[in-house]
Design a protein around this ligand. Structure first.
Ligand SMILES: Cc1cc2nc3c(=O)[nH]c(=O)nc-3n(C[C@H](O)[C@H](O)[C@H](O)COP(=O)(O)OP(=O)(O)OC[C@H]3O[C@@H](n4cnc5c(N)ncnc54)[C@H](O)[C@@H]3O)c2cc1C
Length: 421
């Protein structure tokens, strides 16, 4: 690869009102795209971010909430953590429930560090504010419709926009050296790789989760994973007023199959603890609240093994989706961008494209290790019944929970993986 001169002072040069030129075109203003853009901006590398949604939409889209220790440290090191340092809440304990018994795991004490709970929409909003305040350009409401020139010196992003005066549709083009595809699993970037050069590996678990957000304080300060014969139920604090709940269901279920009364009944039933057990927190206190999100997720993980094609690099959900079990998706997206930014910086500063050309090779082992953890944990909290005997599977799950509550290597390994040490 040739070295390209830096455009140090601007994120782009405007050729016409419909044509831009930049060094890295970033498609997608989610955690992956924004972290990458900020790191490039800090290094004086020109970039433009494009997102098909409005700013308001991306800043209010509630999804993840748990930030790993190493990701918080990374954001802090780079000066991106002001909001989460002010409003994030540290979590060090989780609780599993099986057959009414509580298994409390102080993973933070074991690993010597904590999760920070800070909702994804706050992370995104903070990053957008910082990038724009530092002079960055984000073109919101600009859906990318075509990407071309991936094998040439000059890649081109084509996007749609509206004329400011008469709101008529216009097509804009961004020429760039590289494109970072940070546009999620259904975005255009991964779909632009020719099918004969594209490779992805998928696991479909045949399980659904009804994902809920409720305007109600969490009944306990810790995360609860309840393993019940009717299926898994989970409770995860998000903010003092909002809690995320999950209920295992069929992936074919519709949201309309789950009226409010059924939801709260199932949550109470699946999360119940034995009345003669000591710590009953989280049982009696589970009070219904207004449901502000209700959607069925299909539990699956997909790893795109072609994270780079020509001058296109995929990061975050565009490259891999991981089930929400273990809360790793946003963390993995940010970790991709950390590595990708380093590779771009080495290229532009030193003319050395080795890290860029090894992007896939370097990231895939970490991606697979994260998928492995999520898969292990998914098998812990669901009865997948692969042995043909639910009882056998339940006994195994109980044995695993007992080991997690012990002090040995098994528990320590879980703690380090879970918290992202
Ligand atoms: C219910 C739920 C709970 C979750 N909980 C957790 C958790 O606790 N911890 C965790 O780490 N992860 C969690 N995740 C996963 C996490 O939300 C994702 O992994 C994360 O959003 C990935 O970030 P990203 O930047 O790669 O993609 P995204 O956040 O999806 O951002 C992609 C952006 O690209 C834009 N885009 C798409 N197509 C185009 C186009 N054609 N043109 C322009 N822009 C486009 C989109 O509008 C979007 O803004 C959860 C996910 C869900 C659904």
């Amino acid at each position: 690869m040739d070295t390209v001169n830096q455009e140090k002072d601007a994120s782009h040069s405007v050729k016409t009102d419909r044509q831009f030129r930049t060094q890295v075109g970033v498609v997608g203003a989610g955690p992956a795209g924004l972290v990458l853009a900020l790191l490039l901006q800090q290094a004086g590398i020109a970039c433009i971010v494009l997102d098909r949604q409005t700013r308001e939409y991306v800043e209010t889209r509630a999804r993840a909430g748990f930030l790993e220790h190493r990701i918080v440290e990374f954001l802090r090191r780079n000066g991106f953590s002001k909001g989460l340092d002010l409003r994030g809440v540290q979590h060090t304990t989780c609780e599993f429930r099986l057959e009414g018994r509580q298994y409390i795991v102080p993973y933070g004490d074991m690993a010597g560090c904590a999760h920070t709970v800070y909702p994804q929409q706050f992370v995104v909003s903070d990053l957008i504010e910082l990038f724009i305040a530092r002079g960055g350009t984000i073109l919101f409401s600009h859906p990318v419709v075509k990407i071309e020139g991936l094998e040439d010196d000059k890649a081109v992003i084509h996007c749609h926009a509206q004329n400011n005066i008469d709101h008529s549709p216009v097509v804009k083009q961004v020429e760039c050296d590289f494109i970072a595809g940070c546009d999620g699993f259904h975005g255009i970037a991964r779909a632009s790789i020719p099918p004969d050069r594209f490779s992805a590996v998928t696991r479909q678990y045949g399980i659904g989760w009804l994902a809920l957000l409720a305007e109600v304080p969490s009944s306990t300060e810790r995360v609860i994973y309840a393993l019940h014969e009717s299926g898994f139920a989970g409770q995860m604090p998000r903010t003092p007023q909002v809690t995320r709940f999950y209920l295992e269901c069929s992936p074919q279920d519709k949201e309309s199959d789950w009226p409010e009364e059924r939801i709260w009944h199932e949550l109470r039933k699946r999360m119940a603890v034995n009345s003669n057990d000591g710590d009953r927190s989280g049982n009696d206190e589970l009070v219904p609240g207004k449901l502000i999100e209700r959607r069925v997720l299909d539990m699956r993980s997909v790893v795109t093994e072609t994270m780079q094609y020509g001058n296109l690099f995929l990061a975050g959900d565009a490259a891999h989706i991981i089930t929400p079990v273990g809360a790793k998706g946003m963390n993995l997206a940010i970790a991709d961008s950390e590595f990708l930014a380093e590779a771009f910086i080495t290229y532009y500063r030193e003319g050395d494209g080795t890290h860029l050309s090894k992007y896939t090779e370097t990231r895939l082992p970490h991606v697979w290790q994260t998928i492995e953890f999520s898969d292990w944990m998914l098998r812990l909290i669901h009865n997948l019944d692969e042995s043909g005997s639910r009882t056998f599977s339940d006994r195994l799950r109980r044995a695993r929970l007992e080991r997690l509550c012990g002090q040995g290597d098994y528990a320590n390994t879980f703690a380090a993986n879970y918290v992202g040490k």
